[in-house]
Design a protein around this ligand. Structure first.
Ligand code: ADP
Ligand code: ZN
Length: 733
């Protein structure tokens, strides 16, 4: 055994470069890269992770580390390689990358304690009144109240969300501003499920599974893409591929989009694999996550299901990694470095682990589908729905006509109203999709056209009628609606413009009295279990119509939903972003796919002011191939991914002029060393030019070879904070 008298460690709490420590003699053969340790820092003892083992150190008076936490490394060799790849590819300091691999459940001391539910003990009005002055006097208290104003929360979730200890919460309890009550754990992991048997696969499914099984047996990296229409039985193929993986003594990782991580999905897995499954979910408490982590690390669980961060779980002997709905933008971390894409990290992890990567989607991203076309991925198509269900019929409705017939704006075309009435008569259900929550999009002054904006963000405030508040959808700011214009002082009544899901719900009740509705959007699902609750209520037919934002687009299966109304998909097409068309196409296909998933035939009504728009038409025809061909040729023409890589660099600061300057300064540093086949676009304000009092200026680099830029990006310097986003999902926001 070699001896290592020194180690370099990254501290949990800071984002500095690694620090050197000496290793006490008795530990010199025990230290490993990736081990957790305690080290002295000034007068304290803090936790850290070993990032390298050293035989020498140039630090004078070097201090010894205090102790090792645990006897093994938290990062297996493949995960360690993955971390290095991420640091290089995403141009992110290792300290930040390690935050992904060493999650909060490992950083903190977690003991599974009694769970408390905290809620406000004072009125909402009183809380809002208190929050104002608290923001400057004691911001922590203000944050706690703000968070509880949204909904009651479990102590663990609150501590996690705000990164606080118990003590400020206890103080507020003593002041009687908030209260706490004990809660029973409603953990799916403890629930039992009826076992389910594998289904007999149809020919298309069989072919896909056959190809995957062959790769699994070869013990080599290989990549597969399943392009299967909604309801074609992709999940059944995943389940059987996972069973095959387990039978080879290996483990599997299943990534799903955040909103699809529902009990329905988990039930399906549990029914097949029972207690072999660990669930990785940011809404679970640190204790629950810590248990899941240990189960995977010790090999007691061979399967993990989770959203994007599950790709960092210490799964042993990985044989198969599945990324469901691989096109979904929630796999991308955009707000914080490393700005990684969970799907791409998954492909890389599979490569490092000699495992099989399986991507699945009804509407593959252009990148993945092209990878299949150029032979990097093996493509299997599932063209028919698996059960007897047929693909739904999609009808495009010109809303300009509906506007004329109605003599003004309406949410509901005559066709949609008839279709809704028919469902009510037959006792079937309908889904209505609108991509905006709230009641009115904004409040404005009719005299001077001034719109009420968030004081902290460059965005108009949305009116929420149930709460009677104007809310910012970018930060948590809220205020009462105004009766007088703050700009011109006109006392004519202020007007509201634009509509959201709350408005749709009210209008529907006015139109069809007695109709039973449920609404699923960020406002109705702030509580941990509310998403589940709404889903169960709708599934057990407690309502006729479910109105929702994209939350209802994914993962759900409602057997008696036979109608989907898509109210207005147009606005997204106006966003000046290279991915707009792709995202609208994907969203329409996903939403439409919720209809008619069982014996009952499905119908989709697509309302639009752009009935001739090619994307709307191709989506209505559910013609992925035509869409793909058209979009690909445009991307090629204008040189966008998959024909190049993009890197977006965003500079953030409290002053707009200085922020723009800093962005230009960064741009100059790159321009001076610009490699071949690389183009750098001018600096511009971001799509959301200001969020939480911070201005954003950005520029985009287009390059054929990211590797050539790695060194330049790592060495960038700026007086203001900045973010490097490699392969961004948007060049606008
Ligand atoms: P996807 O994941 O592609 O949307 P699912 O796997 O959810 O599709 O399948 C849709 C429905 O068809 C589910 O109810 C599933 O149980 C059923 N199903 C899948 N494969 C088969 C099969 N081979 N035979 C019968 N039913 C199937
Ligand atoms: Zn705001």
């Amino acid at each position: 055994m070699p001896n290592y008298p020194y180690v370099a460690v990254v501290l949990d709490q800071s984002l500095q470069k690694p620090l050197d420590y000496a290793v006490p003699t008795e530990l010199q053969t025990a230290v490993q890269v990736g081990m957790r340790v305690e080290v002295p820092l000034r007068k304290e003892t803090v936790k850290a992770t070993i990032v390298s083992l050293k035989t020498a150190s140039s630090i004078p008076n070097i201090k010894p580390l205090v102790k090792l936490l645990g006897s093994t490394s938290e990062l297996s060799e493949p995960l360690w390689k993955l971390a290095h790849w991420m640091a290089a590819y995403y141009a992110s300091p290792m300290q930040k990358v390690l935050k992904c691999f060493i999650p909060p459940s490992l950083r903190k001391e977690v003991k599974e304690q009694k769970q408390w539910l905290y809620s406000l003990a004072i009125s909402k009005e009183k809380a809002i009144e208190l929050i104002g002055p608290l923001r400057s006097q004691n911001p922590l208290y203000a944050q706690i109240l703000e968070s509880l104003l949204q909904s009651p929360k479990k102590g663990a979730d609150l501590r996690d969300e705000l990164n606080i200890s118990n003590s400020p919460m206890q103080t507020l309890v003593k002041r009687k501003w908030i209260g706490k009550s004990a809660v029973a754990s409603t953990d799916l992991e403890q629930e039992e499920f009826f076992p389910s048997k594998p289904k007999t696969l149809n020919d298309e499914q069989k072919a896909a599974l056959g190809d995957i099984a062959q790769s699994l047996h070869s013990d080599r990296f290989s990549a597969h893409l399943i392009q299967g229409v909604t309801g074609s039985g992709k999940t059944e193929v995943y389940l059987q591929a996972m069973a095959e993986t387990l039978s080879l003594g290996k483990s599997a990782i299943l990534l799903v989009p955040e909103v699809a991580l529902t009990s329905q999905t988990i039930e399906r897995l549990k029914a097949r694999f029972q207690d072999k499954i660990a669930i990785w979910h940011h809404k679970r408490s640190l204790g629950e996550r810590s248990t899941a982590w240990d189960m995977l690390k010790t090999g007691k669980s061979q399967i993990v299901i989770g959203a994007r961060s599950a790709i960092f779980c210490p799964v042993q002997n990985v044989g198969l990694i599945i990324v469901d709905e691989e096109h979904d933008s929630s796999y991308k971390q955009s707000e914080e470095m490393p700005c990684y894409h969970g799907r791409d990290v998954a492909v890389m992890r599979a490569y490092i682990e000699n495992a099989v990567i399986l991507l699945g989607s009804a509407t593959p991203s252009l990148e993945s589908r092209r990878n299949a076309d150029i032979g990097k991925y093996k493509l299997n198509k599932l063209l028919a729905r698996a059960s007897s269900a047929l693909m739904p019929k999609v009808q495009i409705i010109d809303m300009q006509r509906a506007f004329e017939i109605n003599g003004g704006f309406t949410h509901f075309s005559p066709e949609l109203i008839d279709a809704l009435k028919l469902r009510l008569e037959k006792g079937e259900q309908a889904l209505l999709f609108l991509n905006r929550r709230g009641f009115h999009r904004l409040q404005m002054c009719p005299a001077c056209q001034h719109t009420i904006k968030c004081p902290h963000c460059d965005l108009s405030l949305t009116y929420h009628k149930n709460a009677n508040e104007l809310k910012c959808h970018l930060c948590s700011f809220q205020q009462l609606p105004l009766s007088k214009c703050p700009q011109c002082g006109a006392s004519e009544s202020m007007q509201f413009r634009g509509f959201g899901t709350e408005h749709v719900e009210r209008s529907l009740h006015a139109l069809l009295p007695g109709i039973r509705t449920l609404r699923m959007d960020r406002d109705t699902t702030t509580k941990k279990e509310s998403h589940e609750e709404l889903y169960k209520q709708f599934r057990s037919h407690k309502a006729d119509v479910l109105i929702g934002t994209q939350m209802i687009a994914k993962g759900f299966h409602f057997p008696s939903a036979t109608l989907v109304g898509i109210l207005n998909p147009d606005s997204a097409l106006n966003i000046p972003d290279f991915r707009s068309a792709e995202q609208v196409f994907q969203l329409i296909t996903q939403v439409a796919g919720r209809s008619g998933r069982s014996e009952l035939a499905g119908e989709v009504i697509l309302q639009t002011f752009l009935p001739k728009h090619p994307v709307i038409n191709l989506a209505a025809e559910q013609d992925y191939e035509a869409f793909y061909a058209k979009e690909l040729s445009e991307r090629k023409l204008f040189s966008y991914p998959p024909f190049c890589h993009l890197i977006k660099i965003t500079c953030l600061g409290p002053d707009p002029i200085k922020t723009e300057e800093a962005a230009n300064h960064l741009r100059t540093q790159i321009e001076q060393h610009l490699p071949q086949d690389t183009q750098i676009l001018p600096v511009s304000a971001a799509g959301h030019p200001k969020i939480k009092d911070s201005y954003r200026f950005q520029f985009v680099i287009k390059t054929i070879k990211i590797k050539l830029l790695e060194q330049i990006l790592v060495n960038l310097s700026s007086p203001l904070p900045f973010r490097i986003d490699v392969d961004p999902t948007s060049t606008f926001f």
